[in-house]
Ligand binder design. Structure first.
Ligand code: GLC
Ligand code: CA
Length: 550
């Protein structure tokens, strides 16, 4: 990839890549059944090329009963027939590769689905069997094992243990349809190496590793909680459930396999750990990169952004990895909406106020979405100028707000309907994309849409924005094209700037200036290359970001 001449060679293509996350069921539907599919992705290969991304990451497309949006996997080495086939997968990889777009797939190693053949075998084989040892089965408490083995809760509520017919219980950190694997069992190790090899051999370039910090557990005594809230998670490698030091032995094994390929396969960890514990996941002896989710929980504030940028550049430098930047994904409220939710970013982990607002006000609110979009564009241009790689989520290039008012009976997310009314639904960021202003599903496909699309989707449609030089879509396209030209060594230096603004410079004189306030401010010296907001008389409106060149 010629644009990446500043990377240290073809094996380092990922270091400053722009990776676009596709949620396959909601991206593009080729046959009108309301579910996005691989043929739909293939039909948008030119769109992705024109957008200018370097890679796509596909959320799970494996056969699944969809108890958790596909993160309940029936078979790790196949494609859900509703989404396509392995042959279509190969065509998709070819089509993307021929446009210099790499492919990441999602690996879900903490748990599978209760329909996975191993779990079915475990149920049939009974207590004490080697089949059950691939999972975490225990006898219950009470005279007849009628009480769960411990007071473990699950993320999607309520219980973390489910009883099977013969009276034993199995552990699941997520829904009961997602039994946790026993990573002390060597067969589990072999099985995942086989899966990683399977996709690597098919030409997959990288892997996103789901809940990478949960695989190893200390189960004696059995833990009584299950929360990956950082407030309760220990931060020294001894937590019974998360971020244990020995989890890295698994990733060292995987690295061994990745390095047998040319170029070596890459991976990025989804690990919600204390920031100072992120480094080993990103080590070149491990997965190589780790998501930095700090901006998902941060207020839109110059000081907060400054500190997050500083600390993450330090973490990545300490392991030789490059930093990652994320503003949206399939688990959080889209950033164009999130950034104007009252109280957002004020609580310790940021998510408390978002949940509360969602539960209380989602159906009826007067959020200032214009301000939300201005902040979203400003934040996006800022992260695109940072050293490291950027992960974009499908639809953010359209400036899409979250769909907060999906009727409860049409929600699909287990976090919503099993969370006892306390947890937001993640369906609002998973609504199928609007490609056209009209049609039965706004051009998502020739039929309907598996989640309801709001009428205001029309004005956000990709084709509408394509024709509008001032659209968010065209801003993203220009920014990615410019970034590819400007990309340089992975450093930045901060420059003096007014309060409520941030200014940094990359080694080649590329300046990024962000105005976090809501009033206009003086632009710094330099040739103006690109900006969000409005520039007039040497001033930039707020909130907005400008790129300049010295
Ligand atoms: C990750 C995924 C999320 C899923 C969970 C369980 O956090 O991003 O969507 O529900 O893991 O697999
Ligand atoms: Ca379809």
């Amino acid at each position: 990839m010629s644009d990446f001449k500043f990377l240290r060679g073809p094996k380092d293509w990922w270091r400053q890549a722009v990776v676009y996350q596709i949620y396959p069921r909601s991206f593009s539907d080729s046959n009108g059944d309301g579910i996005g599919d691989l043929k739909g992705i293939i039909s948008k290969a030119d769109y992705l090329k024109t957008l200018g991304v370097n890679a796509v990451w596909l959320s799970p497309f494996y056969p699944s009963a969809l108890a958790d949006g596909g993160y309940d996997v029936d078979d790790y080495r196949d494609v859900d027939p509703r989404i396509g086939s392995l042959e279509e997968f190969d065509v998709m990889v070819q089509e993307l590769h021929s446009r210099e777009i790499r492919v990441f797939v999602d690996i879900v190693p903490n748990h599978c689905s209760d329909r996975h053949v191993w779990f079915q075998e475990a149920l049939a084989a009974g207590r004490g069997s080697k089949e059950r040892d691939r999972f975490i089965f225990r006898d219950g408490r009470g005279e007849n094992s009628e009480l769960p083995p411990s007071d473990l809760s699950s993320h999607f509520g309520p219980h973390g243990w489910t009883r099977v017919e013969d009276g034993q219980w199995y552990m699941h950190l997520f829904t009961k349809e997602q039994p946790d694997f026993n990573w002390d069992n060597p067969e589990v190790h072999e099985e995942f190496l086989k899966t990683l090899k399977f996709w690597s051999d098919r030409g997959v370039d990288g892997f996103r590793i789901d809940v990478a910090h949960a695989l190893k557990k200390q189960l004696d005594p059995l833990p009584n909680r299950s929360s990956y809230s950082l407030e309760v998670m220990k931060d020294d490698g001894t937590d019974p459930l998360f971020d244990r030091d020995d989890v890295h032995e698994i990733y060292a094994e995987w690295r061994n396999l990745f390095n047998q390929y040319d170029p070596p396969r890459v991976a990025v960890a989804e690990a919600w750990v204390h920031p100072h514990r992120r480094a080993p996941y990103a080590s070149e002896k491990g997965l190589g990169q780790a998501f930095n989710f700090d901006l998902l929980a941060a207020a839109f504030d110059a000081d907060a952004y400054h500190d997050i940028i500083e600390s993450n550049l330090e973490f990545s430098a300490s392991t030789g990895s490059s930093s990652t930047w994320v503003l949206s994904n399939h688990d959080v409220i889209r950033h164009a909406t999130r950034m104007v939710i009252p109280g957002y970013g004020e609580s310790a982990d940021g998510f408390g106020s978002e949940n509360k607002w969602y539960v209380e006000h989602r159906m009826d609110n007067d959020l200032d979405l214009e301000l939300g979009l201005a902040r979203a564009q400003a934040a996006t241009l800022l992260i695109l100028a940072l050293p490291g790689s950027t992960y974009l989520y499908q639809g953010e290039e359209l400036g899409l707000p979250d769909v907060t008012d999906i009727p409860s009976d049409q929600m699909q997310d287990p976090q919503w309907f099993r969370g006892e009314g306390k947890l937001k639904s993640r369906d609002g960021c998973r609504v199928p994309l609007p490609w056209e202003p009209t049609g039965t599903s706004f051009g998502f496909g020739p039929g309907g849409s598996h989640l309801p699309q709001p009428s205001w989707y029309a004005k956000y449609a990709a084709s509408v924005q394509d024709a509008d030089p001032n659209s968010t879509l065209n801003l993203y396209r220009e920014a990615l094209a410019l970034r590819a030209k400007l990309i340089t060594e992975e450093q930045l230096s901060w420059q003096e700037s007014a309060s409520g603004t941030l200014l940094f410079e990359r080694p080649n004189g590329w300046l990024c200036f962000t105005n976090f306030t809501q009033h206009e401010v003086e632009l710094p010296q330099g040739d103006l290359l690109l900006h969000s907001g409005v520039v007039s008389g040497g001033k930039l409106s707020g909130p907005a970001t400008a790129w300049l060149k010295r």
